[in-house]
Design a protein around this ligand. Sequence first.
Ligand SMILES: NC(=O)C1=CN([C@@H]2O[C@H](COP(=O)(O)OP(=O)(O)OC[C@H]3O[C@@H](n4cnc5c(N)ncnc54)[C@H](O)[C@@H]3O)[C@@H](O)[C@H]2O)C=CC1
Ligand SMILES: O=C([O-])CC(=O)C(=O)O
Length: 329
Amino acid sequence: MANAPVNVTITGAAGNIGYALLFRIASGALLGPDQRVNLRLLEIPPAVKAAEGTAMELFDSAFPTLGSIDIFDDPKKAFEGANIAFLVGSMPRKAGMERADLLSANGGIFGPQGEALNAGAAEDIKVLVVGNPANTNALIAASHAKDIPASRFTAMTRLDHNRALAQLAAKTGAHVSELDKVTVWGNHSTTQYPDLTHATVKGQAIPEILADRAWVEDDFIPTVAKRGAAIIEARGASSAASAASAAIDHVRDWCLGVKDYSWTSSSIMSEGQYGVPEGIISSFPCTCENGEWKVVEGLEIDDFSRARIDASAAELLDEKNAVASMGLI
Ligand SMILES: NC(=O)C1=CN([C@@H]2O[C@H](COP(=O)(O)OP(=O)(O)OC[C@H]3O[C@@H](n4cnc5c(N)ncnc54)[C@H](O)[C@@H]3O)[C@@H](O)[C@H]2O)C=CC1
Ligand SMILES: O=C([O-])CC(=O)C(=O)O
């Protein structure tokens, strides 16, 4: 293999998403069959033993694309030399937990991880935050990494994007590969706005589907936005394999470029595009070239979309103000 190995750090490596994610990264699904990866697993001390078990299985898989596997309980060491970081480990909301408690617990995780990235990551570091509340956790991490451009901190709305594609495919009978120009705007939460306004099926616009407002507003949008809860209800555990798959899609497009579709959805630092306030990490329609996300410009935003985009941006601003008032950013 001609290229130097790429160092990939995964936090929460012993968790459910970690278990699905690590094997796909190691097998070449992230960067292709000609790129070796070194895995750097970060866990909290009580979960290090479980991470060691996963590492034994990775070792036993004898992947041609896997270089080394190292396990850490110290973020400073785990992020040393990292080219790519998947921040999966977090404190998800538990029954009875107030939002302020959730944000504060995650501030204690993502602030120090941002500092550790700042201290030791490679110059080309790319960070994807998966752990919820993903957008605001990404904002916290970015604000603690003053020397890393904010554009290197992203949050995952690719699972929402994929869920939207799957719903549209089911509705139209087309294959997901025949769909294009679907967007998820806003927060990875129930305020997200999966937007079909510009969508195409086999290259054609879908006016008859958009005219079916009952389906779009009462079926499609809530089904996509509440899919996480539906999976938890059905499985008794949150989406793990689909989340891992979406994380691979996000970072692969970031590293190798958006190629097979016009755009995808990625949560990136807003610079005020489409009236989304600057300084929040919000989902946009994005292309990616040479390792830089770029918001697709010039899309028409109708009144319905405007209201939905504004509502999700308002929620992100509320979250930002909450963590700012706690001194977390
Ligand atoms: N953005 C998205 O689309 C999605 C996000 N999620 C979120 O991803 C997160 C992880 O989900 P699962 O893997 O199912 O959870 P999990 O509970 O199975 O695993 C989380 C792991 O993170 C570890 N961890 C906790 N604090 C840590 C820290 N400070 N440093 C390193 N590791 C730490 C835990 O020990 C545990 O092994 C959750 O917050 C979940 O809500 C899940 C699905 C989709
Ligand atoms: O809802 C959850 O807790 C997990 C999640 O983020 C998703 O599946 O979208």
